[in-house]
Design a protein around this ligand. Structure first.
Ligand code: 0RA
Length: 658
């Protein structure tokens, strides 16, 4: 190919991918850490598709921080590679002479059109195609083992950096496969620091959801390696989720079924929906129900979840009725909420043409799935109950307990009274509110301790910063039902200050502050208190976390004074670096802040509250199942897993940040 032809081709490619480069958020959601990790999921999803098509059994993800092996490339910086042992992306020449690989890498949505048959099921949300990853990478290398050889092609900001090359012949018996390594474009993403913990959680989840597929994460930066493979699939997922909970029956109930999919047109063959359900009741108060469609965590629910809930309520009530187990509640029926109390369940469906709806496109919309899940549940759970009366009775008696507690609270009208009191109550007395009424500008600092609260009140910018001082430990919501939780004064004042209600009635539109900043001491007690607040927010005001409104303040640990200048350090290492570099290793005056209360109002403002200087840590719940399990570990009854968890994460400041 001549230079000018080559140039023309690059320009053409760039025009296609420019849409992605201009509006990356439209394709990967955000350009922060979330979007960055989305790139990895996109490539992994492709490998999972290859596994679902029956051609791949093992996927290896590697995080690295090094130069590209290709000479003369301005690579460098963090990269991720995803390798699989599938058939390999096709490398043969396409109509216009370009390799199929090149087309898949450079044309939006080109992936599926090569082989529609074997790509029946693919990740709907992430399914934007590897070309998007290519467009948002400053450098990408694809290495394919296929057709008797190893092939390589590299891409520079999405454009081919050369033609596909044949690197060598495959050894006899050498496996086929695909390896894609990409260096995310640091001009696009606000961070290129891959978080092993975030990736681990998602890869583990994918391994549960796709039984038998082996997924390994290798973090070259520190040499750690984790391998996930669950032949028991979501049944093992439920065991994992319940590791820290107390199951009420021995076996996890599990079934898999299929039903015809409805593509919406009059035609007959629209493929199949597969339905996979696992559940186990526990003695806990919190339910832990997770619904997935095509491996995507459908947080907003949808037709599969509705079908599951409807059938569960019916099957349990039918059984309880028939066995005369409802006497204790005067023959009244069990409500869905009663039955789901403490229930751990995973529902995973795979659909050839999933429709995702809702604010965050995580609500499954396919109408026929509701009935399909409902009748599969009815049949299989019904049979299970007949064959395992002990399990059935445990599930019913837990629901009866929940119903009794609910009835007692209803009788005393406690819950309704408390809820309506929350709606009408004036703002809490302790709240020092801000002047603005615009939630988009307003910040609420929840401050531990009265003295720190006093400093924060004096130090703040009252135009947009409100302070709610709360003293001491907050009630552990993991251990009480809502009526008890709402008796708690601190919790009530937090709920009224936020102004958007609680539990199922929580309404994000009512929120009075779009930043809720938890400010606790930088020590173990502070971390514990922060976790208690986060548990409350996660269980009863989750949309706040999902909207990204929740932050942890990061007060400094050290203040270093030297030659009329002051520096603050968040960590010991930072302190040492400052003393070494900024103060030339000379005698500097180092002050250690033991707690927020030790800072005067100005110091608190300057270091922790002033938007120009402060560091806020946004708390997200990327992965609801992992967060659920974490909160049960931290706040639940089981002591041993908690000790292990805390020991394992003691040195990791990020542990609350799933
Ligand atoms: C298009 C067609 C075929 C496979 C693939 C794409 C493919 C893509 C990815 C992405 C990561 N790993 C992958 N593995 C395969 C089918 C080719 C055939 O019929 O042999």
């Amino acid at each position: 190919m001549s230079d000018s032809e080559y140039g023309a081709r690059q320009i053409q490619v760039l025009e296609g991918l420019q849409a992605v480069q201009k509006r990356p958020a439209m394709y990967v959601g955000t350009t922060d850490a979330r979007g960055l990790h989305h790139l990895v999921y996109e490539v992994v999803d492709n490998a999972i598709d290859e596994a679902l098509a029956g051609h791949c059994s093992s996927i290896g993800v590697t995080i690295a921080d090094r130069e590209s092996p290709v000479e003369g490339v301005d690579g460098g910086g963090p990269s991720v590679s995803v390798a699989d042992d599938g058939r390999g992306i096709p490398v043969d020449a396409h109509e216009d002479g370009r390799s199929a690989l090149e087309v898949i890498m450079t044309v939006l949505h080109a992936g599926g059109k090569f082989d529609k048959q074997s790509y029946q099921v693919s990740g709907g949300l992430h399914g934007v195609g590897v070309s998007v990853v290519n467009a948002l990478s400053k450098w990408l290398e694809a290495e394919i083992k296929r057709d008797g050889a190893v092939w390589r092609q590299c891409f520079d900001h999405g454009a081919p950096a050369g033609d596909i090359e044949r690197v060598r012949d495959l050894e006899p018996g050498e496996d086929t496969g695909t390896e894609i390594r990409f260096w995310p474009d640091d001009g696009v993403f606000s961070t290129t620091d891959f978080d092993a913990n975030t990736l681990t959680n998602r890869l583990r989840e994918l391994a549960f959801l796709n039984s038998g597929v082996e997924i390994e994460l290798f973090d070259e930066r520190d040499g750690t390696r984790e391998r996930f493979r669950y032949d028991g699939g979501i049944q093992e997922f439920v065991v994992y989720l319940n590791e820290t909970r107390t199951p009420l029956h021995e076996d996890v109930v599990h079934f898999a079924d299929t039903a015809p999919a409805d593509g919406g047109d009059a035609g007959g063959d629209d493929g199949e929906v597969t339905i996979d359900v696992a559940l186990q009741a526990t003695s806990e108060l919190q339910g832990s129900i997770h619904a997935f469609a095509n491996n995507i965590n459908t947080r907003e629910g949808g037709t599969h979840l509705t079908g599951f809930k409807t059938a569960l309520t019916r099957v349990v009530n039918d059984y309880a009725d028939r066995e005369g187990l409802l006497d204790e509640i005067d023959g009244e029926h069990l409500s869905g909420e009663d039955i789901r109390e403490g229930l751990t369940a995973v529902i995973s469906i795979k659909h050839p043409d999933p429709q995702f709806e809702g604010q965050t496109k995580t609500k499954l919309g396919n109408g026929e799935v509701r009935g399909a899940v409902e009748s599969a549940m009815h049949e299989h759970l019904g049979t299970y109950f007949e064959e395992h009366p002990d399990a059935a009775r445990s599930i019913v008696s837990k629901a009866v307990e929940a119903a009794k507690a609910r009835r007692a609270a209803e009788k005393a009208e406690e819950l309704t009274r408390r809820k309506s009191a929350l709606e009408t109550t004036a703002l809490p007395g302790k709240l020092a509110d801000c002047q603005t009424r615009d939630p988009a500008e307003a910040e609420l600092f929840v401050v531990e301790g009265d003295s720190a609260g006093g400093s924060a009140k004096q130090g703040r910018d009252r135009r947009f910063q409100a302070i709610l001082p709360l003293f001491g430990k907050v009630l552990n919501v993991e251990k009480h039902r809502l009526d008890r939780i709402l008796e708690n004064e601190k919790i009530r004042s937090l709920i009224t200050a936020i102004g958007a209600g609680v539990g199922e009635e929580f309404d994000l539109d009512g929120v009075r502050y779009n930043k809720l900043i938890i400010m606790t001491d930088a020590d173990v007690d502070g971390a514990h208190i922060r976790t208690l607040y986060l548990t409350l927010l996660y269980r009863y005001m989750r949309p706040l976390l999902e909207a990204g409104y929740v932050y942890a303040a990061q007060p400094p640990l050290y203040r270093i004074r030297h030659g009329g200048e002051t520096h603050d350090a968040m960590t010991e290492a930072e302190r040492d670096r400052i003393v070494e570099e900024e103060c030339g290793g000379e005698a500097a005056q180092v002050q250690r802040f033991k707690g927020l209360g030790e800072m005067n109002p100005e110091q608190l403002w300057e270091t922790t509250m002033n938007p120009d200087n402060r560091v806020l840590k946004q708390i997200t719940v990327e992965d609801a199942a992992a967060a659920d399990r974490m909160f049960s570990v931290l706040m639940g009854d089981a002591v041993e897993p908690r000790r292990e968890f805390i020991e394992a994460h003691a040195t990791d400041a990020d542990w609350v940040d799933i």
